[in-house]
Design a protein. Structure first.
Length: 436
């Protein structure tokens, strides 16, 4: 007859599986719908590899797993919507707190966090700050080490009326993810304690900022036509710098103190603050996400675009459902052979996605292009989009209420809107232009 401890463990595992299922379903959909790059699957496979290597030595802290699973179910039962990313991070916290792993739990934790679909969020929150840092450091390098009169305007370098933009593909986000992944893997292999793991991860971030700035400075020369190099040198420069970063990261990791002691199960005194963190994090996120937004009126959408009348198009069911939680309004228009999408938003929000992500999730193949300057000298983000054999120019810009300020990407808009909330509401203009 099974003991009460075995029954409690079985019940805890069943509750955890039940609480985990919706998050796993969300994770699978996000990893396959093309709205985010599936790099997280590599980190997940790596973390599972290290965990399964220790399978004979794994131990479960049943009380923590039971309490954590009950709390996950409680959070799911709350009204409103807790962001799935926070729910997934909470699930990882519950799982790792409940497990005894005779390996670097800090390294495995970093791998599991990186397994989440983070690239789109990294682009949104970190894209503009990283581009700004790269542009400023590259500007200082070029100013002090070369005879060229280079100026910086935001994330754009200018030289003799030429615009050399540090555009979103050059923000270093993928370089950052790759370097953090290698750092987490090194931490796990060397069984680094949490402090050494944090040092290694912080070093990875610093190396990426410096390396990406160096890449921007080097690429200034072919982009400004000062030197003429084959197009493949653009990618080759990034790969060489990435290899150099990983070399330096390995040197730092080899000097970090490793912890070869086999950890023991946590004592009740240590479990109390950890359990409190598990309980508090989702509740804080829930409280902040459920604050009602102040009602506001919206300006009417324009009736023409570049002098061409706009014909309103119906929103899809997906767009209508998305609009329910969107702090603004959305409209689609036909403008001759082109399509115009207008999104008016009243506050800085993660829900204003880059249009490139939306079109990519709809099955379009996108190729980033340099910034586009229109006849009015306004800058637009620019992609070549392909769908069903047809080719399009996909352009986007965001303007403030009186059209005195504009940004070419959502990350730049978000940080500027946070700094100047009184400049709203804002209008995101997306143009899908058919290439004949």
């Amino acid at each position: 007859m099974p003991s009460s401890r075995s029954l409690l463990r079985l019940l805890a595992l069943l509750l955890f599986s039940f609480a985990t299922y919706p998050t796993l379903l969300w994770y699978f959909r996000r990893s396959t719908d093309q709205s985010d790059e599936p790099l997280g699957l590599i980190a997940l496979a790596t973390a599972l590899f290290f965990i399964l290597r220790q399978l004979p030595h794994l131990r479960i802290n049943t009380p923590v797993l039971f309490i954590g699973s009950l709390f996950l179910l409680l959070v799911r039962a709350l009204p409103g919507h807790l962001p799935p990313m926070i729910m997934a991070a909470t699930l990882i916290t519950v799982a790792l707190t409940s497990l005894f792993i005779p390996a670097s739990k800090s390294g495995i934790t970093a791998l599991l966090i990186l397994s989440l679909p983070l690239i789109a969020s990294f682009d949104f929150y970190l894209g503009y700050p990283m581009r700004l840092a790269a542009a400023e450091i590259a500007h200082q390098l070029l100013h002090h080490l070369t005879p060229f009169e280079v100026q910086r305007q935001g994330v754009v370098l200018t030289y003799q009326n030429q615009i050399i933009g540090v555009d979103p593909p050059c923000s270093g986000i993928r370089m950052l993810w790759t370097t953090l992944f290698v750092a987490a893997t090194l931490a796990t292999l060397r069984r680094l304690p949490i402090f050494s793991t944090l040092i290694l991860l912080s070093s990875a971030v610093l190396l990426v900022i410096l390396g990406n700035s160096l890449r921007a400075a080097i690429l200034f020369f072919p982009e400004s036509k000062i030197v003429h190099l084959p197009h493949w040198t653009h990618e080759a420069t990034g790969l060489l710098i990435q290899a150099a970063l990983l070399f330096f990261l390995h040197q730092i990791g080899s000097r970090c103190r490793s912890d070869r002691k086999i950890p023991i199960l946590m004592s009740p005194k240590k479990l109390i603050p950890i359990t409190a963190i598990i309980l508090a994090a989702p509740l804080i996120a829930y409280a902040s996400s459920s604050r009602p937004s102040a009602p506001t009126s919206f300006a009417p959408f324009p009736s023409t675009f570049n002098g061409i009348p706009l014909t309103c198009l119906p929103l899809s069911d997906r767009e209508t459902n998305f609009l329910k939680n969107f702090p603004g309004t959305i409209a689609r228009f036909q403008c001759g052979p082109d399509e115009i999408i207008l999104r008016q938003v009243t506050k800085p929000t993660r829900l204003l996605h880059p249009s490139a992500d939306c079109f990519r999730a709809s099955g379009f193949t996108l190729k980033p292009l340099p910034l586009f300057r229109d006849p009015d000298h306004q800058l637009w983000s620019h992609h070549q989009a392909t769908f069903n054999g047809r080719h399009y120019h996909l352009k986007e810009r965001i303007i403030n209420a009186d059209a005195t300020q504009s940004q070419t990407d959502i990350s730049a808009w978000y940080w500027n809107a946070l700094a100047k909330p009184q400049s709203g509401p804002w209008l995101a203009i997306t143009q899908l232009e058919l290439i004949p």
